[in-house]
Design a protein around this ligand. Structure first.
Ligand SMILES: [Zn+2]
Length: 188
């Protein structure tokens, strides 16, 4: 059933709920969604919309340590790495650890000053699920601390936000085209 989305909170909730469904399915090694995955999505969406579940309760939910081994978070390359911001500083992205990632020179120069999601969509790609999870958490935290969650989506978009709320994904690619995480490429 199509979700009616009016507020920033509803927009984020539906995107995150779809992310959680994809995450669980990939962790299960599933090729297709089954009932449990749909239930996870429904539960999260309802909880976040009705605020029986707080967004803050999701901030610590990081299932994969993303620090080792060092590799580009976008393509897995292990050469010529530098620190990149998921949401660029120039757009208002913070220097907080969630916003900082490793990127190779090639990805870095392709991305330039776009935020991660815009860049991915511009090149008709889709981020790994765990990278997107991190991105969504930054968006959640920003919207929560700036009291944007209950604003109408179109009102919020008139503000100069560091990210574009309208592109938060609701329709995810099929599971067979999604990756949980981009693992480092083999050496040599
Ligand atoms: Zn790369």
């Amino acid at each position: 059933m199509a979700q009616e989305i009016k507020t920033v909170r509803e927009q984020i909730a539906w995107s995150y709920a779809n992310l959680a469904r994809a995450d669980k399915a990939l962790q299960d090694g599933a090729k297709k969604y089954v009932m449990i995955h749909h239930m996870i999505r429904a539960k999260l969406n309802k909880g976040l919309r009705e605020q029986t579940m707080s967004m803050a309760s999701l901030y610590q939910d990081e299932r994969l340590k993303m620090t080792v081994p060092q590799a580009c978070y976008y393509c897995g390359s292990t050469s010529k790495l530098s620190v990149d911001h998921l949401i660029p500083r120039i757009k208002g992205g913070a220097d907080e650890s969630d916003n900082l990632i490793w990127a190779c020179r090639s990805c870095n120069s392709s991305k330039r000053d776009r935020d991660m999601l815009r860049w991915m969509f511009d090149k008709e790609s889709f981020p790994s699920i765990l990278l997107l999870r991190r991105y969504l958490k930054i968006v959640m935290r920003y919207c929560e601390s700036n009291n944007l969650l209950d604003l109408k989506l179109e009102e919020a978009q008139k503000q100069d936000l560091p990210f574009d709320l309208s592109i938060l994904p609701h329709n995810y690619p099929p599971l067979t085209e999604l990756t949980l995480w981009v693992y480092p490429e083999e050496e040599g």
